[in-house]
Design a protein around this ligand. Structure first.
Ligand code: MN
Ligand code: MN
Length: 390
């Protein structure tokens, strides 16, 4: 009898070690699944972290980490990470099929300190979820602040926030990606005081205020690349002083932008927004890009400058238009004009920016950002779903 159970154990061991995922039998309910956080080569599947993580703000249903696991035997699972810096990610459930599976890990708790946290996933010694916790924005935000309506990606002023690094400048603010060599987004306020008679300085140059050791994109980085040095905050929006205009020529304000995208669609929209200012409005503008690969004069490219600058696939802009006045957030209503565009980065564009209008919600879905997050959720829901048609 003892011999038989030993034999049975041997057979079971062989079956459970078998990697054939097609014929794996369903596991009876209640028994534990077998799965791995790494692929066949031992590499971790890359987790996707969603939601914003702010000191003192309890996590909610938007704070999730989407991970992938490779299931070799179906059954129940409980991935219970320890609490780090006041919060943790957990997931429990049942795998009903084998192979690569997606698991949504729910965040719980309240972050204690601004930090970049690495939550090791379950028992895995190598795989982790990286989360950047930021300090809350000051409770008093002055009118005309370049980040008046929020921090779309929760960019942090921490040198280890390498691809979402916050830079607050006198004339605009931005989130910088070291690895892309471009900003993720740039945010600025535009009103009549910004418009003067200073001529275009054209002093494209590296940004020496980047953390030490980071590659500084230079004017020459875009030479013979087939793409324009595409401004985010435009030269034309900063013509009241030489310093203001010159600041727009820092390379941290640039993306490789297809010539016709830049000079036809984008220039047209910039002119339209300045015209709204001339007509008695102030405008809060956020511009960014996402994706990889665009088509410039030299054809399709994913990077320039020997791979150090990523060519984005899409370029977007959101503008909130208010009649001149004070107490701006209180003046935003469901009838406030919000203009959003999302334009492919290619050279075959000859039409008006108006043909590329979309909703803020669509840009949020494409980028994972939360735009105009300072506004109450109910106001965001209305304004972000609408597509401008004026
Ligand atoms: Mn939204
Ligand atoms: Mn939003």
């Amino acid at each position: 009898m003892k011999k038989y159970s030993l034999l049975l154990l041997l057979v079971l061991t062989i079956v459970s070690c078998k990697k054939d995922t097609v014929t794996a039998p369903p596991n009876p309910t209640g028994t534990a699944a077998v799965f791995s956080f790494t692929d066949g080569s031992g590499n971790c599947y890359t987790p996707i972290v969603q939601g914003t993580y702010t000191v003192g703000t309890a996590l909610n249903s938007s704070n999730i980490a989407i991970i992938q696991v490779f299931v070799t035997k179906t059954g129940t699972y409980a991935i219970l990470n320890p609490t780090i810096n006041g919060y943790r990610f957990t997931a429990t459930g049942t795998f009903t099929s084998t192979g690569l599976q997606t698991v949504i890990m729910q965040g719980n708790g309240t972050p204690v300190a601004a930090a970049t946290d690495r939550h090791q996933i379950d028992s895995s010694p190598t795989c982790s979820i990286t989360v950047v916790v930021v300090s809350p924005l000051p409770t008093v935000i002055n009118d005309n602040d370049h980040m008046y309506f929020g921090n779309p990606s929760n960019a942090a002023l921490l040198t280890d926030s390498i691809n979402n690094y916050l830079m607050r400048k006198d004339y605009y603010a931005l989130s910088y990606s070291r690895d892309r060599g471009t900003p993720n987004w740039v945010s600025w306020h535009l009103y009549s005081n910004d418009i003067g008679s200073v001529s275009r300085q054209d002093d494209f140059r590296e940004d020496i205020s980047l953390p030490s050791g980071w590659y500084q994109v230079t004017d020459a980085s875009y030479n013979s690349a087939g793409f324009d040095r595409g401004h985010h905050c435009p030269s034309g929006d900063r013509t009241n002083t030489i310093a203001a205009n010159s600041s727009t020529f820092l390379m941290t304000n640039m993306i490789p932008q297809a010539q016709y995208n830049n000079q036809i669609v984008w220039a047209g929209m910039e002119d339209s927004l300045r015209r709204l200012v001339t007509l008695g409005n102030e405008v809060y503008i956020i511009m960014g890009s996402y994706g990889i690969g665009g088509t410039g004069n030299g054809g399709f490219k994913t990077t320039i400058d020997a791979g150090r600058v990523t060519v984005p696939a899409n370029i977007w802009k959101v503008a909130i238009v208010l009649p001149n006045g004070n107490g701006d957030s209180a003046r935003v209503s469901t009838s406030t004009r919000v203009i959003a565009v999302d334009v492919p980065n290619n050279n075959s564009l000859f039409s008006s920016w108006k043909n590329y209008r979309t909703s803020v919600d669509a840009i949020e879905a494409a980028t994972g950002y939360d735009l105009i997050s300072r506004l109450p959720a109910i106001l965001q829901a209305t304004l972000e779903a609408r597509v401008d048609n004026l």
